[in-house]
Design a protein around this ligand. Structure first.
Ligand SMILES: *[C@@H]1O[C@H](CO)[C@@H](O)[C@H](O)[C@H]1NC(C)=O
Length: 150
């Protein structure tokens, strides 16, 4: 019975290293209410706009912080807010948000939030195709009071 025990041990070792590596990738898919609370409490999103943001995020990134998509014109949309590379610069801070595009992906939301708020304030939610298509009719917005109690 020595062999199976040993291989089980190695499997355990392998599984835990995979887990550690996987956690290192910093991917996170939020749940709707979890994210709504986080945006309100940690990032001071205006309560009255929160359902617009949640609708936008659900249709743009499915609440996945690592999402990256390419537009037909070759530009790239980054992260939870799917911010277009027109607003950021590859590898170093620059453009509209004065930020490196890579910082708009992953678990640290500080820079994405700042950039998304700036785009919304100056150009409106219409800037996001997902919002325009699915969220511009207020009847389609999630009722966060009912759904999340907030
Ligand atoms: C490419 O398309 C995206 C999405 O429509 C747009 O936001 C961006 O400004 C365009 N970039 C260029 C260089 O035309």
């Amino acid at each position: 019975m020595r062999k199976p025990t040993l291989s089980l041990f190695y499997f355990g070792l392998w599984a835990s290293s995979v887990l550690v590596l996987w956690q290192g990738v910093e991917c996170k898919i939020y749940l709707r209410c979890e994210l709504a609370r986080k945006l309100r409490d940690q990032y001071s999103f205006d309560r009255s706009l929160l359902s617009n943001w949640i609708c936008l995020l659900e249709h743009e990134s499915e609440l996945d912080t690592t999402k990256e998509t390419r537009e037909e014109n070759g530009s790239i949309n980054y992260g939870l807010f799917q911010i277009n590379s027109a607003y950021c610069q590859e590898a170093r801070p620059g453009r509209f948000c004065n930020v490196a595009c890579e910082k708009l992906k992953g678990d640290n939301l500080a820079e994405s939030v700042e950039c998304a708020k700036k785009i919304q304030a100056e150009r409106g939610f219409r800037n996001w195709k997902g919002w325009k298509r699915f969220c511009s009719n207020p009847q389609n917005l999630p009722d966060l009071k009912v759904a999340c109690g907030i």
